[in-house]
Design a binder for this molecule. Structure first.
Ligand code: ATP
Length: 287
């Protein structure tokens, strides 16, 4: 095999709770992560040596600061791969948006190189390398509907919540995850997600209950600086969403809709607005 192409899917969060801060500076989290259909295309080609990155968006770093580079480099070191790889990224997922756009490219590189170089690594071995690359990478390797704990790397697979209609909106601002965590006051969190309730609603495929009970404790931190997030949430609700919430540390906001037609209606109303807008759906774990 000389080359391989993979879809690298974005994620949204159906809940985020922050349990505490650890001595090493990381936060202990409890969050429900969900793969969505919006994806980058990652193509890997074998070359004689080294790592080369090409991306169709000029603002994405193509050197060692690309997280996909870091993933390839770690795997090559850990498994003594003598050949090199060219990584081509067709970027569709908005950047610095709370959608794990970088982490999912890194996950695709690990999965793709596993096949390209016939490493025959299992999911757990790939996730162990992924954890060293970034906290969201193990989830991106696994995909589907997952409860993430620890710093985000302790994963429990939940029942599938696939084929749920989503409208995703990204305003023209980027939010740094580090900034949001720095400004989070754990003592001030008053409303937390009811995670067991959400897990039950997911099992029952009860999108109304999920939509009405989604909570992200990071939302108020980001909204305090960027009011537009509140505006988008209200707009999605006005256009018929069952519930709307910020994903990750923002600024992307999504709405869950009762069916495709209702999602399409909201998307059509929003798409020529000042914000980037995507009509998408939740996906189950890739087989
Ligand atoms: P998360 O949801 O995991 O917090 P995010 O979606 O908010 O992630 P990314 O899109 O991963 O954030 O981008 C964060 C930063 O990483 C950006 O500043 C970007 O320049 C850099 N970056 C490095 N590699 C990539 C990549 N392959 N794709 C996108 N951004 C990348």
């Amino acid at each position: 095999m000389e080359s391989i192409s993979l879809n690298a899917y974005a994620k949204i969060n159906l809940s985020i709770d922050i349990i505490g801060k650890r001595p090493d500076g990381y936060h202990d989290v409890k969050m429900i992560m969900q793969t969505i259909a919006l994806h980058d295309k990652v193509t890997l080609e074998v070359r004689d040596g080294g790592i080369e990155i090409e991306c169709d968006k000029s603002w994405i770093p193509t050197g060692a600061d690309n997280i996909a580079y870091k993933a390839a480099s770690l795997l090559m070191k850990e498994y003594n791969i003598q050949k090199g790889v060219c990584i081509k990224i067709a970027k569709n997922i908005p950047v610095a948006a709370g959608l794990a756009g970088g982490s999912t490219d890194a996950a695709a590189v690990l999965k793709g190189m596993n096949k390209l170089f016939s490493l025959n690594l299992g999911e757990n071995e790939l996730m162990a390398v992924g954890k060293q690359v970034g906290a969201d990478v193990p989830f991106c390797i696994k995909g589907g509907t997952v409860l993430a704990e620890g710093i985000g790397e302790v994963l429990t697979e939940l029942d599938s919540f696939s084929k749920v209609d989503i409208v995703l909106v990204k305003p023209e601002i980027g939010v740094s995850t580090a900034w949001v965590y720095k400004n989070l006051d754990l003592g001030k969190i008053s409303i937390r997600p009811d995670t067991p309730l959400l897990i039950k609603a997911i099992s029952n495929k009860d999108r109304i209950c999920v939509a009405q009970n989604m909570k992200n404790v990071l939302e108020s931190v980001t909204i305090e600086k960027h009011e537009v997030i509140k505006e988008i949430k209200q707009e999605l609700m006005r256009l018929g969403a069952l519930g709307s919430m910020m994903s990750g540390s923002g600024p992307s906001v999504f709405g869950i809709f009762e069916d495709r037609a209702k999602a399409e209606y909201a998307y059509e109303k929003l798409k020529n607005n000042k914000w980037d807008c995507f009509l998408t759906e939740t996906l189950c774990e890739e087989r």
